[in-house]
Design a protein around this ligand. Structure first.
Ligand code: NAP
Length: 380
């Protein structure tokens, strides 16, 4: 079922369809390059038919470069793939970086922004047995989520449990896969341990608090404002640190040190994180908001028998060792029962229609936003 967009479809003299930004300007740039390269909007190889609407990029820059226009439709699905009629897409910090030109899609991925969606299965490819047309699902993508339709490997799709709002489910795949692969699969977080989460009020942070509490761990968080810390406390964090006027090394040190740290700051916090680790502690770096290059005090790490992990989700292979498929299978088996019974729930600050993608990006960047921002592809 392919929805029509109220905006009139226009053609240029060469007959190719024109995308338009929110203020009505023609959206060329990336989309035009992408059309010239003949890429589809699906994961993997390009297979195009007709058209669909998607959030477009007029160029790299601020939120105003985001528009809404017609792009080629992914045909298919091919063997092992699922075609999803998208209801909603989660907005991630990575999307803001891609919009600015700092986070290009990995080879073969769609150049349309969007790392996670929820929606309804429209069609399945040969060999897909886990899903059927009509199923409510959410999916982890390497790109292409801010669009009416997306094709993705069935191994990256999860069912949306009964009772969970379909749009809210778009908030889950990226944070769940990132948090589970780092805290559980890498660091083996378990009951009685102390976890320090930097940016506790973020999409990642609000999810990580719930997962850690469900495993019986104690949770310390950093955040830059009291409302964010209050929300972290509601979710189960017991040590609340305002990084603007408190030293997290001192606070966590007084609690015995962190067994695991989930870090979004990279270089800026590297050595203070090592200082904050308990003996045998593990630092999981997932974000580089404080820079990419730091000097590590190996002596301090060695003295504690510490470990530094650094992982990226988007660039993982689709299948095989350390793949997206491996993580999604673990989520389905271990985390999804907790999502189904409400122990771990999406934390959503705002839902905006697809035509307001620019505002959605501004909101995610605002210090007032706690948890996730959702783009309603089915509303505009
Ligand atoms: N490696 C991966 O595979 C992967 C996957 C997903 C996300 N990530 C990363 O995980 C991080 C969170 O992602 P998201 O989408 O959840 O982002 P988000 O919702 O935009 O949150 C970013 C957070 O950074 C916090 N922050 C800013 N300065 C800080 C500081 N000095 N100390 C502590 N926190 C600070 C902000 O909180 P305040 O307002 O309180 O300052 C904000 O909540 C990002 O760095 C993202 O790139 C990595």
């Amino acid at each position: 079922m392919h929805r029509k967009h109220p905006t009139a479809r226009t053609r240029n003299p060469t007959g190719t369809r024109q995308a338009r930004t929110g203020d009505g300007k023609r959206a060329g740039g990336l989309r035009e390059r992408w059309l010239r390269r003949g890429r589809g909007s699906c994961e993997g190889e390009g297979r195009k038919v007709a058209g669909m609407y998607a959030v477009t990029l007029e160029g790299f820059g601020g939120p105003e470069v985001l528009g809404w226009g017609e792009v080629p439709d992914p045909a298919g699905p091919a063997a092992g793939e699922v075609l999803i009629d998208v209801a909603a897409a989660g907005v991630n910090r990575a999307d803001l970086m891609q919009r600015q030109g700092f986070y290009p899609p990995p080879p073969g991925a769609s150049e349309i922004i969007g790392l996670e969606v929820s929606g309804v299965v429209e069609a399945i490819g040969a060999g897909v047995t886990d899903f059927r047309p009509g199923d409510r699902v959410c999916a982890l993508l390497s790109g292409g989520g801010y669009a009416e339709r997306v094709v993705v490997a069935a191994t990256q799709v999860l069912p949306v449990p009964d009772g969970l709002d379909l749009a809210a489910a778009a908030a889950l795949p990226e944070v769940a896969a990132t948090v589970w692969s780092n805290l559980v699969m890498r660091a083996g977080l378990h009951a009685g341990q102390l976890l320090l989460i930097h940016g506790g009020g973020s999409g990642i942070g609000t999810h990580a608090i719930q997962v850690a509490v469900s495993r019986g761990a104690r949770v310390a968080v950093t955040a830059g404002s009291q409302p964010k810390l209050d929300r972290c406390a509601e979710l189960g964090a017991s040590i609340l640190i305002n990084y603007r006027d408190e030293d997290f090394v001192a606070v966590v040190g007084a609690a015995g040190g962190a067994d695991v740290i989930l870090d979004n700051m990279g270089a800026a916090y590297l050595n203070r994180n090592v200082e904050a680790l308990a003996e045998d502690g593990q630092l999981c770096v997932i974000g580089l908001q404080g820079g990419t290059t730091g000097e590590l005090n190996i002596s301090a790490l060695l003295g504690k028998r510490g470990t530094v992990h650094a992982t990226n989700l988007r660039r993982r292979p689709a299948t095989g060792r350390s793949s997206k498929a491996e993580i999604i299978a673990e989520l389905r088996r271990h985390l999804w029962p907790l999502v189904a019974d409400g122990t771990v729930a999406p934390v959503v600050s705002a839902e905006l229609p697809a035509t307001e993608a620019a505002e959605a990006h501004r909101l995610l960047d605002s210090p007032e936003t706690v948890g996730k921002v959702i783009l309603r592809i089915d509303e505009r």
